[in-house]
Write a protein that binds this ligand. Structure first.
Ligand SMILES: [Zn+2]
Length: 317
């Protein structure tokens, strides 16, 4: 069957030149034909991306310990240990903040049947209707493989773009946010969560961190609807304690023990997050919910004037 050139009603475009793709995912401008692997279009700009189209053709591109979390093939005790470690490491922060689902509910109050793009969705689906999930790795929730540096959609396609734990993994965050702004309709919204004081994760695919004001500046083409910190100083203490223990020795046996000890400390330290309201300068991450501006980006002078240490509790309206 010929692959259609639209997905959930959204026209697919060539990530190289932006031209609308023809059925069969063929670009009439540059002549590229984009592959479909396991029913999932692979819409990567091979000339520019850190990811190579050829790596996806076997259906296993970027599924593994650093991307798909179930793809490492470990069995027996090692599997049990990894599951246990993952559960401890993923212990939720006690600091509550609005989620992507809250942002979608907020947009849906103003826009009937909003069209949503999730970048870096991984295994998590956000709602059912009108939500297009993309990632650079295959996964159960992924509708298309796409790199945020060259989003394969026309300008003005979406009412909301979601990027949770994505912008630290891209080589050029500014370019990716410009792409997010490009594919949003006028007055469209963005919801993003990005690490600040968090150790490296996903190995080589971890490029950048943002201070709270650096994160706000990244979205200066947007007016802030609401923003805050995503994890508090308790979470940072848990990572740091783990880092101290892990740094003592490079011997594998020690690192395994140190990792386990660090993980055991994680849940209780994360309980502290909600009691540390002035933690913005020591936060694990930042979240931002904003609306695309009509005029020029917010000036750096205005951003500096808006700086505040404790964002406090935020409610979306
Ligand atoms: Zn093209």
């Amino acid at each position: 069957m010929t692959a259609p050139a639209s997905l959930h009603g959204v026209q697919l475009c060539c990530p190289r030149d932006g031209a609308a793709l023809q059925d069969g995912l063929r670009c009439d401008v540059c002549g590229t034909v984009y592959p479909v692997v396991g029913g999932v279009p692979v819409l990567i700009n091979d000339a520019n991306s850190v990811f190579a189209v050829s790596d996806y053709l076997q259906g296993a591109g970027y599924v593994g310990p650093s991307y798909g979390r179930d793809g490492d093939g470990a069995g027996g005790l090692r599997r049990i240990w990894r599951r246990w470690a993952r559960r401890l490491g993923d212990a939720p922060s006690s600091l509550q903040h609005p989620s992507a689902a809250d942002a979608l509910a907020c947009v849906a109050r103003h826009v009937a049947a909003p069209r949503v793009l999730v970048i870096g969705s991984g295994g998590v689906r956000l709602g059912a209707e009108g939500v297009l999930h993309t990632d650079v790795a295959f996964g159960p929730a992924v509708d298309a493989i796409a790199d945020a540096h060259d989003l394969p959609f026309p300008p003005g396609s979406f009412d909301l773009v979601v990027a949770v734990a994505v912008l630290e993994h891209v080589a050029e965050p500014t370019r990716c946010v410009a792409e997010i702004a490009r594919v949003l309709k006028p007055g469209g919204h963005v919801y993003a969560v990005t690490p600040f004081l968090q150790p490296v994760h996903m190995g080589a695919h971890d490029f950048t961190r943002f201070t709270p004001i650096g994160h706000r500046r990244l979205f200066r083409a947007f007016d802030e609807v609401a923003a805050g910190i995503a994890m508090g100083a308790g979470s940072v203490a848990a990572w740091s304690l783990g880092g101290v223990l892990m740094s003592v020795s490079a011997r594998p046996a020690w690192r395994r023990m140190a990792r386990a000890a660090g993980l055991l400390c994680t849940p209780p330290l994360r309980l502290l997050d909600r009691w540390l309201p002035a933690a913005a300068d020591h936060a694990g991450g930042c979240w931002f919910f904003g609306r695309l501006r009509e005029g020029a980006p917010v000036s750096d002078r205005a951003l500096v004037a808006q700086y505040r240490v404790a964002p406090g509790v935020v409610v979306l309206r």
